[in-house]
Design a protein around this ligand. Structure first.
Ligand code: AMP
Ligand code: ZN
Length: 116
């Protein structure tokens, strides 16, 4: 369920401090330590899963609820109208550095380029 060596498992368990903006029994959302835009939140399931390649059907409901919480946080952070991205990096080409499934909520400034 959790990996004792995993950074985001430790953040979810509050063994490592973070700026938590939402938590419930299934997920935790906290401010990215190195924000790339003014609003940069990381949303993670409490259950350890290394990334999208390891996603299993039992996690599908929590992924849906993470999307709903991301929408609510976008409203709370004032970026719902200006726009935002919800991004999950998977594997080296995508630049995944923490191997616990997570979604970046990014907004608060125009994001150039058209990666998607
Ligand atoms: P990724 O590159 O998609 O794996 O995203 C990992 C993210 O975790 C990066 O944006 C990091 O800045 C962020 N990060 C790493 N360590 C911490 C930490 N202790 N607290 C908050 N965010 C972190
Ligand atoms: Zn983990």
């Amino acid at each position: 369920m959790t990996d004792p060596n995993c950074l985001f498992c430790k953040i979810a368990a509050k063994q490592i401090p973070s700026a938590i903006v939402h938590e419930d029994e299934e997920m935790v959302a906290f401010r990215d330590i190195a924000p790339q835009v003014p609003v940069h939140i990381v949303l993670v399931p409490r259950v350890h899963c290394a990334g999208l390649n390891d996603l299993t059907a039992d996690l599908a409901p929590v992924i849906g609820r993470i999307a709903l919480v991301a929408r609510d946080l976008a409203g709370r952070m004032g970026i719902a109208a200006s726009g935002y991205r919800l991004v999950a990096n998977c594997g080296p080409d995508a630049g995944q550095t923490v191997h616990h499934l997570h979604f970046h909520l990014l907004g608060g400034a125009p994001m150039g380029g058209r990666m998607a």
